[in-house]
Design a protein around this ligand. Structure first.
Ligand SMILES: O=c1ccn([C@@H]2O[C@H](COP(=O)(O)O)[C@@H](O)[C@H]2O)c(=O)[nH]1
Ligand SMILES: [Zn+2]
Ligand SMILES: [Zn+2]
Length: 581
């Protein structure tokens, strides 16, 4: 980390208002513990955050208040620090675990790959002991038994200062893409199960001052699973505060479920620390504050009343920052592959109007076309038709995770832009009139969330109605671009006042199309992660011609032995080495 991490912004910061019980939330960190090198706004690292938590706890305790720390999962996939080890997360988990959490749980990114789940279960779960919980995710252990993915399905504890009794639960959304060690019971089912209802019954008869649900699911009103859960919890705890913490959709959000129930979600990628305070838990009118703290030293110092970094940093925080530098060197994260001539934006530039700054257009025109067929495994059928056919290479935009910044493009940036190690498959000899329909069909269809199911979500639904509302921030011209959140409490949640970032619609899938003549049959190449979705679209495109659909599907095969060597991140590196020197 360069020493210039302390950003000097002119913006006035909104203060946090400490209450009887206070929370700091992280979610969807995806291994970004080194901080954002290209964005000063989010340039603090995990060591700085550790100092912040310690300093803020001191402040809360001085005011006779509690501080609890929660993490809602998705700690893997999205940064070289996490994804350059095998299994991914070896070093990033070590760094993450330097911080004590009061309640912690899993996200879907701890569950795709078996080795990642094993690492998580065997190291992170024991590290946090009773604080690591999961109510609806189970792990198949080496004895062949399904056990909670965590120490237990709940945690019941008493806070240090106010001696509040907290009953904590944790839920993952209805995720169907887990590996063979994972079993997820959807919320809609678990709320009918005897064992779960008995647990609620048991604790409704114990002293409980607060029910805390630390989950990996969005908090927006249109996410129905939360509503289903809330109705059941309210039956058992009619007059107790129920506080939800959510994640997964990577936004800042706060919703009000009823007069004693609220939900906070704190963004992604170590851009945001969520803050929540609650006071007068036993009254009908709860006093509360929520803030979305930008992940930088200026915010951290401001909220802990420090004026110098030297005074603010704790020994532990500095040690963790040093460890991060050492790991970064060991993994060679700053090895450069070239210099990007300008920035490319995922949602910040308009894909539909062919904006040259659109990352997705750049991928279609220059990156996907770099893919080469390569047959290495003896038992793999050669792709016979590729030489003469046209070719489409199709990916889900969910596999592209972040903007690509002007300047140094290095080993870390490669994983930041696209970390997944998916394999390529090919449908051969697809008639051109059928092939051209695949992308539009998928883009009209539901958002691709998981490999295993045709899913239900519309991309725009990832934003709550409040997020979608037009944001009329004040004095926009003098401010810097950044997050501008509108939630159930209004538009004063961001600790730093920003000018809203441009945000354009992102399609579900993008594709390159290489052809000599548009009538030629097409080889459609795509990530195995979206196989079910592509076959669904192919079926639609074939219409009544079932024979054609079946003969195409029969020839479905791997395109190459691609593994990491040819994933989209590697193609980007290949392009940078050739064109950005
Ligand atoms: O192998 C993979 C795994 C995931 N994806 C994409 O990631 C999102 C889920 O990410 P969250 O951080 O949980 O929101 C999923 O919808 C896919 O779009 C992928 O492309 N390949
Ligand atoms: Zn996530
Ligand atoms: Zn997620």
């Amino acid at each position: 980390q360069p020493k210039t991490r302390f950003p000097h912004f002119d913006e006035t910061l909104r203060d946090l208002s400490i209450g009887d019980i206070n929370f700091l939330q992280t979610t969807d960190t995806h291994g970004w513990y080194l901080g954002h090198i290209n964005q000063r706004q989010y340039s603090a690292d995990w060591g700085d955050f550790i100092s912040f938590v310690d300093r803020f706890r001191e402040q809360c305790h001085e005011q006779d208040s509690d501080l609890l720390l929660v993490d809602c999962g998705d700690r893997h996939d999205g940064n070289g620090l996490s994804d350059l080890t095998s299994p991914n997360g070896v070093y990033s988990s070590e760094v993450f675990m330097e911080l004590d959490f009061d309640v912690i749980t899993v996200g879907n990114h701890e569950l795709y790959v078996k080795e990642v789940s094993e690492l998580e279960y065997n190291t992170v779960v024991p590290r946090y002991g009773e604080k690591f919980i999961s109510t609806n995710v189970e792990y198949l252990n080496d004895n062949g038994e399904y056990v909670p993915f965590g120490n237990s399905t709940y945690r019941y504890f008493t806070t240090d200062v106010k001696k509040y009794n907290v009953f904590a639960l944790s839920f993952l959304f209805d995720f169907t893409g887990g590996n063979e060690r994972i079993r997820v019971t959807p919320i809609a089912e678990i709320v009918k199960q005897k064992q779960f209802l008995e647990l609620l019954e048991e604790f409704s008869n114990k002293p409980v001052d607060l029910v805390a649900v630390v989950g990996h699911l969005p908090v927006s009103h249109d996410w129905l699973e939360t509503e289903v859960l809330h109705q059941v919890l309210r039956r058992y705890f009619p007059n107790i505060v129920i506080q939800y913490f959510g994640g997964h959709s990577h936004i800042r959000d706060f919703t009000i479920l009823d007069n004693k129930s609220f939900a906070l979600q704190s963004g992604r990628y170590c851009e945001t620390v969520g803050f929540l305070s609650l006071s007068q838990l036993d009254q009908d009118n709860i006093d509360l504050d929520r803030k979305y703290i930008d992940f930088n030293l200026q915010s951290f110092l401001h909220h802990t009343n420090y004026s110098t970094v030297d005074g603010f940093n704790t020994k532990h925080g500095l040690q963790v920052s040093q460890r991060l530098t050492d790991i970064s060197n060991e993994l060679n994260l700053s090895e450069t592959f070239g210099v990007a001539p300008h920035s490319y934006f995922l949602a910040g530039a308009d894909y539909n109007s062919n904006d040259p700054n659109s990352l997705l257009r750049f991928f279609e025109n220059h990156i996907l076309t770099q893919l080469e067929p390569k047959i290495c495994h003896e038992n793999m059928d050669p792709v016979v038709s590729s030489q003469n056919n046209s070719r489409m290479v199709l990916i889900n935009t969910g596999s592209i995770r972040y903007d690509l910044y002007k300047g140094d493009f290095n080993r870390n940036s490669q994983f930041i832009v696209s970390p997944f190690k998916n394999k390529w498959k090919v449908l051969q000899n697809v008639p051109a009139d059928v092939a051209v329909q695949i992308q539009p069909i998928l883009n009209r269809g539901p958002y691709i969330m998981s490999a295993n199911s045709a899913n239900q979500l519309d991309t725009s639904q990832l934003l709550s109605p409040y997020q979608r509302a037009v944001n009329s921030q004040m004095n926009a011209n003098r401010l810097r671009y950044g997050q501008t959140t509108v939630d159930d409490l209004g538009n004063d949640g961001d600790d730093t006042i920003h000018k809203p970032l441009p945000k354009f619609q992102v399609p579900n899938v993008i594709r390159s199309y290489e052809y000599v003549d548009k009538l030629q049959p097409v080889d459609i190449v795509f990530y195995d992660f979206i196989e079910r979705h592509v076959l669904w679209a192919l079926q639609q495109a074939c219409g009544d011609d079932r024979l054609l659909y079946h003969s195409l599907v029969q020839q479905l095969t791997f395109y190459n032995d691609c593994e990491l060597e040819f994933n989209v991140g590697e193609l980007l590196k290949k392009y940078a080495l050739k064109n950005w020197q």
